[in-house]
Ligand binder design. Structure first.
Ligand code: PEP
Length: 253
């Protein structure tokens, strides 16, 4: 089933202790009311997932995890398996965020195995792809996206359980973004690949991520084939996060 647009997800990264997190979720919940028309999600650190589910109770906000291990259990000290995250209350998991690819050396096969594990545990999966600055400057963006799409996305991905997030690595946390034309070209390319490969490829949500903020959200979210945003830094401020969501209401391509 196609996720309602816009799909706006907040990746808190390694930020959030109980008091601040409760206040942040409470402030988003207060704005969300009963029935926003899109899809709104927060991805706190794993330590807060269970509490976050309690805080969002009654509001149309889902809660996800930022990563999972590919195995269901085993001798992997410090890791968390997808079924554990699901049991803690996670409803989705981000796989292959560039910070995982960069700092934890995750390759496409690992990301794909994690995504499969997430789906196996009943979670929606948000698969992140995106070129590095060197690849961007060398004009290799689409080539890189092709490789990541082919290697990272689970077979049989459907519009109800898989989201693709296009996040240029050089745009994450830098305040820099591609031009609207570049975003349109990348998203159009991703859409074509999804349609080629999956029966529901035309309906799988493609999010843009990388320095989205209230001031640029309207233009980005109105771009063709941009179905929403994966928001990092700005998701830690309820006003900014909500402004981005509002910018997307009725604007997604
Ligand atoms: C992210 O971490 O997924 C992200 C998009 O970060 P930021 O919005 O801070 O660039």
């Amino acid at each position: 089933m196609r996720l309602p647009r816009p799909v706006v997800l907040g990746n808190w990264k390694m930020n959030g202790l109980v008091d601040d997190a409760r206040a942040l979720v409470g402030a988003v919940k207060a704005r969300a009311g009963d029935a926003p028309t899109g899809t709104l999600g927060v991805f706190p650190p794993a330590t807060l997932i269970e509490r976050a589910r309690e805080w969002v109770a009654g509001a149309p906000i889902f809660v996800g995890a930022q990563d999972c291990h590919h195995a269901p259990k085993g001798a992997y000290t410090g890791d968390l398996a997808a079924p554990m995250l699901a049991e803690a209350g996670a409803q989705a998991v981000i796989c292959g965020h560039s910070e995982r690819r960069q700092y934890h050396f995750e390759d496409d096969a690992t990301v794909r195995a994690k995504a499969d594990a997430g789906l196996g545990a009943g979670l929606k999966v948000v698969v992140c792809i995106g070129e590095t600055e060197d690849e961007y400057l060398a004009g290799k963006t689409l080539e890189r996206l092709d490789a990541q799409l082919a290697g990272s996305l689970p077979e049989g991905s459907t519009a109800g359980d898989v989201v693709v997030a296009y996040e240029p690595v050089w745009a994450i946390g830098t305040g820099r973004t591609p031009t609207d034309q570049e975003i349109e070209a990348a998203h159009g390319h991703i859409r074509a690949r999804l349609v080629e490969r999956f029966a529901e490829g035309g309906d799988i949500a493609i999010l843009y991520g990388g320095s989205v903020k209230p001031s640029n959200a309207k233009a980005i979210l109105a771009t063709s084939n941009v179905d929403g945003a994966l928001v990092g830094g700005a998701s830690l401020d309820a006003d900014d996060f909500w402004a981005i969501y509002e910018a997307g209401l009725g604007a997604s391509g």
